[in-house]
Design a protein around this ligand. Sequence first.
Ligand SMILES: Nc1ncnc2c1ncn2[C@@H]1O[C@H](COP(=O)(O)OP(=O)(O)OP(=O)(O)O)[C@@H](O)[C@H]1O
Length: 365
Amino acid sequence: MRDVILEARDLTRHFTLGGGLFEPKTKVRAVDGVSLTVNRGETFAIVGESGCGKSTLARLMMRLDRPTSGQVLFNGQEVQDLARRDMAPLRRDMQFVFQDPFSSLNPRMTVGKLVGEPLEVHAPELDADTRREKVAALLAQVGLLPDHANRYPHEFSGGQRQRIGIARALASGPRLLIGDEPVSALDVSVQAQVVNLLNDLKQDLDLTLVIIAHDLAVIRHMSDRIAVMYLGQVVESGPADQVFDAPRHPYTHALLSAIPEPEPGRVHNQLTLKGEMPSPSNPPAGCRFHTRCPFAQDNCRTHTPLLDAADTDHQVACHHWKTIPEAGKPAPPRRRSVGAEERFALYRAALQTTQASATHREETS
Ligand SMILES: Nc1ncnc2c1ncn2[C@@H]1O[C@H](COP(=O)(O)OP(=O)(O)OP(=O)(O)O)[C@@H](O)[C@H]1O
């Protein structure tokens, strides 16, 4: 039986914009009926293009925002209705790692103060010496030196700042870390180091990780299970191996085929999506993906596909995933099983290729 640590049940968050004198009200359906479960001890990745609702979902799960409807359960307990005084254990057990280590750290505080601050809140009984020792231990855990406690954030590189942010998140002794694009603001080689640090911390501290990323290359070598989001909804979810090796939703195919192949000489079929993601304030009827789907048929324009309930492990919300013609279906990139030493090299190679092709696109556009 699964040991579920975090669960979202039919979660929605709609933002209302406008409504002024000459401005009609619009409803942005940022998160629209998302259900998912995160098992204790796993790395669960939420992926999708910018604007699909990943950050809103993360904020709802952290109880940093309230849902329009639906529930979030942490260790089986509903978090929305917690009174302020009952929030302390939740704040201790669930911590956030921010995308941007440059703006998430107060520049006027030393690293020692930044990492020690959560200890003051969550372990006020500690005396100053014990707190200092704990800060030094936390810094060591993320690969920093005890001396770093006396310096200020601006004296560090981006990767080191993200390590400080992670040490700060670990200070309260959390069981679950939610990282919202935790490496996307970092240089390519540094990204791999921080990904590896998160993997190691997960093992050493028995953590559960929820990683939010727009880039599948980032989570390819670290996630146990994946949910793919499109326009506020989960369109596919399942064990990472199954989603990577046998994707079912055409959108997942497209995301996967955009990952550069790190093995020299290997190419895979591309599924390039037409157009942009529609606005979440006016999502298409039927399947929300039909306007960009090369395999869309008539019923896709009128009937909303539900996540396939028959297969609870690997679910897909697509009317036609079983019958998409093989000839038209892009072959998913083959994922080799890699050892720990190889993981870093392959990951770095994939990201460098991504960066090189992005630079090439910029130069040629
Ligand atoms: N406070 C808000 N008020 C109005 N609209 C919002 C608000 N927060 C998010 N949105 C809208 O909700 C949609 C989902 O945004 P969200 O930031 O959750 O997406 P995302 O997938 O995390 O994107 P990104 O990777 O760019 O952060 C977007 O259209 C966004 O503009």
